[in-house]
Design a protein around this ligand. Structure first.
Ligand code: URA
Ligand code: URA
Length: 325
């Protein structure tokens, strides 16, 4: 009993530290009058109101590195491992070598109509919005992340290629339960070729850690892979040109939850005009995969008071993933 109580204290302390790291300064919780009444009523000799099960779900289960989340796959493990090995190279200089093999190819050869490559073709084209028919599920993918990378090549399909330094591919654990999707690379990402490495990225790392995960355990990407000039919002044609590659990656990885960050990413991924303020906090469906829209970390840097809501959204994500284990 004493040990349980100590464990609980440690857990609560951790949660408070996470919240502080996220910049949540005010932990005041408004309790409904009825709850205050009933707890007063039960105050003498009553049992704790929170069940053990609830507590366990509240406390993020730290996932040891060795125990990467497993996702059932139709592919054999061997080919899967080779995909993982090759995709991890995205952070290494060897990928620039890979890119350079494309630089010899003329634009005409690499410039295929992007539409043709939109993987969940049947579904996207037939589904006008998320809020219509959601019976569609993600088709089985027969390709690998490597195939998708090769297809992207030294891409010139939309005008954003002209201003980019590096293409910023999806990075992280390609067996993850959780995928984070942003809008497009900024200056730091463009220079490094890795998504979310700037200030917003640092905050994203904290958001990931706040649910007991490490950045390298999840997958992080953007709808657009090239930096728009002056960090402007990608145009709709630009988003629609790049999005198919992310969709194809989603079909390969099949994460349990996709967290979309901010208005642009949410609208471009989900094909909706509904704003983030309306959509955030409620799971949406993306071809059978749960999608949680939440605020963009860059927005949270501008308005830290919104971190609280992102924390609420992330708790739902954590609980959903834990409950599926
Ligand atoms: N903002 C984004 O949307 N994506 C990044 O990769 C970095 C900042
Ligand atoms: N507007 C955005 O573009 N993103 C947010 O996260 C919130 C408002």
């Amino acid at each position: 009993m004493k040990q349980k109580f100590l464990d609980l204290l440690i857990d609560v302390k951790e949660q408070v530290l996470f919240l502080q790291e996220l910049g949540v300064e005010n932990l005041a919780v408004e309790l409904p009058e009825s709850l205050i009444q009933s707890s007063k009523f039960k105050a003498q000799g009553s049992k704790p109101e929170v069940s053990q099960e609830k507590l366990e779900r509240f406390v993020p289960a730290e996932i040891p590195k060795a125990e990467r989340p497993q996702i059932a796959k139709s592919e054999g493990n061997q080919s899967r491992n080779s995909i993982l090995e090759s995709t991890k190279l995205s952070r290494l200089p060897s990928l620039s070598k890979r890119n350079s093999t494309f630089s010899n190819i003329s634009n005409n050869q690499t410039q295929e109509p992007a539409r043709e490559k939109e993987m969940p073709k049947k579904t996207t084209e037939e589904m006008p919005s998320l809020f219509g028919d959601i019976t569609q599920t993600l088709p089985e993918s027969t390709e690998t992340i490597e195939d998708i990378r090769l297809d992207i090549g030294n891409c010139t399909r939309c005008p954003l290629w002209e201003g980019r330094t590096k293409i910023v591919h999806t990075t992280g654990n390609f067996e993850a339960d959780l995928l984070f999707v942003g809008e497009a690379p900024g200056a730091n990402e463009d220079a490094e070729g890795v998504p979310f490495v700037g200030r917003a990225g640092q905050l994203l790392n904290k958001i990931i850690e706040s649910i007991g995960l490490k950045r390298e355990q999840v997958l992080v990407g953007n709808v657009n892979r090239c930096r728009p000039p002056g960090n402007r919002t990608p145009t709709l044609p630009e988003a629609h040109t790049c999005r198919p590659f992310l969709m194809r990656e989603i079909a390969v990885v099949r994460p349990k939850v996709i967290v979309v960050l901010g208005n642009t990413a949410t609208q471009n991924l989900l094909d909706t005009k509904v704003g983030i303020t309306k959509l955030r906090g409620e799971f949406q469906d993306y071809f059978g995969i749960k999608v949680m829209p939440t605020f963009h970390p860059a927005y949270l840097l501008r308005d830290p008071s919104k971190k609280r809501e992102t924390w609420e959204d992330m708790k739902k994500v954590r609980d959903y993933i834990n409950q599926m284990k």
